[in-house]
Design a protein around this ligand. Structure first.
Ligand code: FPP
Ligand code: MG
Length: 298
């Protein structure tokens, strides 16, 4: 998608406008991801000067949140490359995040009021989501609703806002596109949480089965905890660096109890709900994006 190059160029222009050499150097260190949020905006609202700006703003907010998240999670890698906190230090990652985030808000303040409201409101949710995530890693969380609320805020809210803001710009049915974005975001995070268990380290670009070690009780673990008789053994492995044998035991239990299959099913149900939201919207491309996500190999 050629327009994604325009988005990258726009981000560069925005950072250039900050008149700070170090910020530009740091920008070069950021590996670009899938640009999912931009893809949604461009599919929903088309390619023009305003939509490219909106994409750049959302990607800068997303990048800022990941810069801060890597400090919070003490992560050395991001998207297979060393993170900014690892290459420089925590202070640099936080401050560069602040620069990207505040420049994005400066630009957002110049846009349509409802677009600005939608996106800025999502950033509050995003920040609350991150706080919930950190709180939930303090002790074993077996509350499914808390997990859903957290992933909605942490991951769903900005994707929902991207789709809704694009629909506002294009004068389309904003509620339907918001629902699509929300369900896509939830499914996306659940799939991410499932892949942490089913994929190897090489494919993931980070150690496999790290979530549980880091204190994250994601959906496959939640469902396993619900179903397994020997809850104690599972709880005893929480936040413990897992050896091969322990990893295999967890995976086997997830397969035997059907917890893994149920987690995949729930992600697919959300994906289907995203697709259903766009029934009358002639959005073949958006449906394809969702289908590609849920019909993959787990
Ligand atoms: C990644 O989660 C983190 C997020 C999607 C949101 C992080 C949000 C903040 C730090 C607050 C907002 C801050 C600003 C400046 C806008 P993860 O750790 O589960 O995923 P990962 O494996 O990709 O790190
Ligand atoms: Mg993280």
């Amino acid at each position: 998608m050629e327009a994604l190059e325009d988005v990258k160029q726009q981000i560069r222009l925005f950072v250039q406008e900050c008149n700070d050499k170090k910020s530009l150097e740091l920008l070069d260190l950021l590996a670009t991801g899938k640009m999912l949020r931009s893809k949604l905006v461009l599919k929903i609202a088309g390619v023009n000067v305003e939509t490219i700006k909106l994409c750049a703003i959302i990607e800068m907010i997303h990048a800022a949140s990941l810069l801060h998240d890597d400090v919070i999670d003490e992560a050395d890698t991001r998207r297979g490359a060393p993170s900014v906190n690892a290459l420089h230090d925590n202070k640099t990652a936080i401050m560069f995040g602040d620069i990207l985030y505040s420049k994005a808000f400066t630009e957002l303040s110049q846009m349509d009021k409802r677009v600005a409201y939608t996106v800025s409101n999502a950033v509050t949710l995003l920040s609350i989501g991150e706080m919930l995530d950190v709180d939930l890693t303090q002790s074993f969380n077996s509350d499914y609703d808390k997990y859903i609320d957290m992933i909605y805020k942490k991951t769903g809210s900005l994707i929902e806002a991207a789709a809704k803001a694009a629909a506002i710009m294009a004068q389309k049915d904003e509620e339907k596109f918001a629902l699509y974005g929300k369900n896509l975001g939830l499914a996306f995070q659940m799939i991410d949480d499932i892949l942490d268990i089913t994929q190897d380290s090489e494919t993931l670009g980070k150690p496999a089965m790290l979530d549980f070690v880091e204190g994250k009780v994601t959906i496959p673990y939640l469902l396993l905890h619900e179903r397994i008789e020997d809850k104690q053994t599972l709880e005893d492995l929480y936040k413990v660096p897992l050896n091969q044998e322990q990893q295999t035991w967890i995976k086997d239990q997830m397969i035997q109890t059907g917890a893994l299959a149920e987690a995949i099913k729930q992600a697919k149900v959300l994906g289907q709900e995203a697709i259903d939201a766009l029934q009358d919207e002639n959005s073949e491309d958006l449906i394809m994006i969702m289908k590609a996500m849920i019909e993959r190999e787990f």
